[in-house]
Design a protein around this ligand. Sequence first.
Ligand code: ASP
Length: 336
Amino acid sequence: MKRRNFIKNAALSGASVAVGSTLLSCAENDKNKKKETITPVANSKVSLPLVIATWHVIDATAKAMEILQAGGTALDAVEQGCMVEEANEKGQSVGKGGLPDREGNVTLDACIMDKHGNCGSVVYLQNITHAVSVARKVMEDTPHVMLAGKGAEQFALEQGFKKENLLTEASKKAWEEWKVESKYKPIINIENHDTIGMLAIDKNGDISGACTTSGLAYKMAGRVGDSPIIGSGLFVDNEIGACVATGLGEEVVKTVGSFLVVELMRQGKSPQEACEEAIGRIVNKPNSDYKNFQVGYIAVNKKGETGSYSIHQWFSMTKYQDGVNEQIQSDFFNKS
Ligand code: ASP
């Protein structure tokens, strides 16, 4: 099944999130509490390197694996893996050829995070195909974490990125057809959005992640989703694991989804259990409208175990490990 889509609403449940793997309670009466244990770096069963990505993107994971096999870093792998999809004009949800906002502008969101917890992101970037690489430049060459709009574009041009028209004929046609009725009614698993999110562990056992998207098709001008928001669309903690999200960004932001998944893994949940619980936070909100939108998570822990889960059927993950590059259908919540 090719990449599919998503959409819409939810509310935070009361459960608290433990923050910080080495946090000790300050309270005197908590003195007997043990320090949280951190899963040791690779265990003997782990087969490294490995890469996972949202959706069916075997060319992207193949590129990432090529870098990992050659001894490259997880950071280089996720950047270059995402770049494959950004350059793919046929993919209408990422990079060049992405579907535009309702004014006809293709605007990109992307972020990247390394093994040290450094991160960079761009929001509402126009005219530059490789948003993920601009995000990496923000991380490495500026004192900032996030650049938006014109400033992000200006920075990219200064860094030598090429200015391009990202609106392809196919995406322009789709937008013109949409304009006839101008109805903004997101439909589950219809191609009007998707994010390519990628997580990798390199031969050293270090984790990095990235994600890139053109966001929801025909979104309001100025709309930004979860994908460039560190902790929502992506989170990496090299001691614990990493998570990346796709789907209706507003719902991911409201539950700080990727950070939540990593923190649940810190508490001892497997990647699969953590993804399921994070989806639970969305669907179990009072009055959740989850039947009308999709969210999916993929996650990996330090041991190299992976998980994926979504609200509705047809979400998938691509996984490349032990010489096998395959699409894996995700389990999902709404079986009714
Ligand atoms: N999460 C992205 C956004 O809301 C879109 C997607 O993954 O489908 O912008």
